[in-house]
Design a protein around this ligand. Structure first.
Ligand code: ARG
Length: 588
């Protein structure tokens, strides 16, 4: 379906042409003076230069051609040459009725769907998930849903950090504690045990202990590095331990991400890319892209127009070890082989931008991806505490994700119980649903690249620009619709009517912007614009609600029109929050 703005621009184009001006001047935009008009056209100003005529005269001539338009109620030329517009209530109602009949509420699918791979989440196995991983999960999940909603073929890949030094540390610490395990017996020939020699709780304790100890004990550190090296070179016992670490951690990660309503199609990781490294290195050398520099194998990626130095991409260290660059390049080799994506979007902390500049340039230069493959870095800012510094626990440590979520849920639970409308058990469930919305909306309402302050009190408030406020609005609409049905009405097959008051008109116009908004969010990859939109819709709806007798309206047709508008508003809000990755409870 066309957007409302497109439809009225078209009408305006005809008027410009009828007045013998070029249609290119006819662009219509939402009014920046909502007290005077709903939409406006500033084209007469630009046309004035081309036609050497006063803009007001042009505006007047155009306005004359709009007098019996189906679309405009008011078209008025004002000084120095603006055209102020109000849309006919019947036109808006017609648009919304078409929209209500469409399964995607007027959003058109991509005409040439793309294969898109989104690399997000990126947790490091065996290290606890912390708030730094929260943003990647929240933003990535939303971007995935938006791309999918537009009809693309989208795959989300968690890209686990499962191949690093942390593995060597765990192996070393495990050997210290349980030296008799068969994994450490070089002459062991049998089958290794199926059960892991640790629980997730133990694993979470082993890693930080080992990591701290390695910092003060050189010998231990060397051992851990060597264990990492042996693991990466196929040591049988260490591989078996690695499997155990993976099984135990991935089970735990799945639980955590499920609680966040975040779902990955692929659970691949850095380890999966390793087998592509030897072939890739050979090819880079053979085709002359890579050269040795002080023993290290590198690919130059600097460009003349660089304002800051872009160092070469590091393929192999002088001891032959692979690096972060290597793994990301090999992952692209793998992705090209298995999925041939048209676009790969990386949702990663913006402090890693340089790494991705190097990797992308190298991948293009060396033909690891096709020239037309779109490699996109979506860097996000830091989540800060109220003191403006990276978010910490009260004790000053790194805040674990689970604890953060618990803190929000408890706060929500208190607020819900204060309202005292639901039983305790329901309040617990509702607190989880609303708590997740508080976290996700608090994050997504900021432009991803910006740092933001994580403010539990503000995010959990039922008032203001918050997730709970949006949910509260949806719940309010649901409850009106339920009541209408309890009183014998059916919400199916109702048609929206022409607006009869300004609040209703405002809500209709705002709802009508849905498909236009989604297209902007999609092209700009900007979930924060969904938040801004639904905040406007919620505010306008609440004004309408307070200013209108809905269920007590006596004129049945009018009441049916209200209900149809409510139903559509609810659908718009529900699609939007689904794209943001959360949902609304039945009551709260
Ligand atoms: N595991 C990394 C970290 O915690 C993030 C991975 C980002 N994705 C990637 N393809 N490099 O910093």
């Amino acid at each position: 379906m066309k957007t409302l703005a497109d439809l009225i621009t078209k009408e305006m184009e005809q008027a410009f042409q009828a007045a013998e001006y070029d249609a290119k001047f006819a662009k219509v935009t939402v009014s920046n003076r909502p007290d005077l008009c709903e939409y406006q056209c500033n084209g007469a100003m630009a046309a004035a230069k081309t036609y050497r005529k006063a803009p007001f005269m042009i505006a007047n001539e155009v306005v004359e051609k709009l007098q019996d338009s189906d679309c405009f109620d008011m078209a008025e030329a004002v000084n120095p040459g603006f055209i102020n517009l109000k849309i006919k209530p019947s036109f808006v109602a017609g648009f919304l009725n078409d929209m209500a009949e469409d399964a995607a509420l007027g959003v058109e699918k991509e005409s040439e769907p793309k294969t898109i791979l989104i690399d997000y989440g990126g947790p490091n196995v065996a290290k606890p998930l912390h708030v730094g991983h929260l943003r990647s999960a929240i933003i990535g999940e939303s971007v995935k849903r938006i791309m999918r909603f537009k009809g693309n073929n989208v795959t989300g890949d968690i890209h686990l950090g499962d191949w690093g030094y942390q593995m060597g540390l765990i192996i070393t610490e495990l050997e210290k504690r349980q030296p008799d395990l068969p994994y450490f017996d070089e002459s062991f020939e049998g089958e290794y045990p199926e059960a892991a020699p640790f629980t997730i709780g133990e694993l979470e304790e082993i890693y930080p202990t080992a990591s701290a100890y390695a910092k003060e004990n050189e010998e231990y550190r060397e051992k851990a590095l060597h264990a990492t090296f042996l693991l990466q070179n196929g040591h049988k016992g260490y591989r078996a331990i690695w499997r155990h670490i993976m099984d135990v951690s991935v089970t735990d990660l799945k639980k955590n991400y499920k609680n966040l309503n975040v779902e990955f199609d692929l659970w691949k990781g850095e380890a999966d890319a390793q087998k592509y490294i030897p072939g890739m290195v050979e090819a880079l050398k053979e085709k002359g892209y890579a050269h040795y520099d002080e023993g290290a194998l590198v690919v130059d990626v600097a460009e003349e127009s660089d304002k800051k130095e872009v160092p070469p991409c590091m393929i192999l260290k002088s001891d032959g070890a692979a690096l972060y660059d290597t793994t990301d390049l090999a992952t692209l080799v793998e992705r090209e082989e298995l999925y041939q994506p048209d676009e790969v979007i990386y949702v990663v902390d913006k402090r890693q931008e340089l790494h991705f500049v190097q990797v992308f340039r190298c991948a293009k230069k060396c033909g690891i991806v096709r020239p037309e493959t779109d490699l996109e870095f979506l860097g996000f800012g830091t989540m800060n505490g109220k003191d403006g510094k990276p978010f910490k626990t009260r004790e000053g440590g790194v805040m674990r994700l689970e604890n953060l979520i618990r803190e929000i849920d408890d706060e929500m639970y208190k607020k819900i119980m204060d309202n005292r409308t639901v039983e305790e058990e329901e309040a617990r469930d509702t607190a989880k649903t609303v708590g997740l919305a508080a976290i996700k909306y608090g994050d997504l309402s900021n432009q991803a690249s910006k740092d933001y302050v994580f403010d539990v009190e503000r995010f959990t408030s039922f008032e203001g620009n918050t997730g709970p406020y949006i949910l509260y609005t949806i719940v309010r609409i649901k409850s009106i619709l339920n009541k209408y049905q309890q009183e014998g009405g059916s919400v199916e097959g109702l048609r929206l009517c022409e607006a009869t008051n300004e609040f209703e008109k405002a809500l209709m116009l705002e709802t009508a912007k849905f498909n236009e908004m989604i297209d902007i969010v999609y092209t700009e990859i900007a979930p924060h614009k969904i938040c801004a939109y639904i905040y406007d819709v919620a505010n306008i709806f609440n004004k309408f609600y307070h200013g209108t007798k809905i269920l007590t309206e006596e004129d049945e047709a009018k009441k049916g029109g209200y209900i149809a508008l409510l139903k559509l508003t609810k659908e718009v809000l529900e699609i939007c929050i689904d794209l943001l990755g959360f949902e609304a409870p039945e009551r709260m």
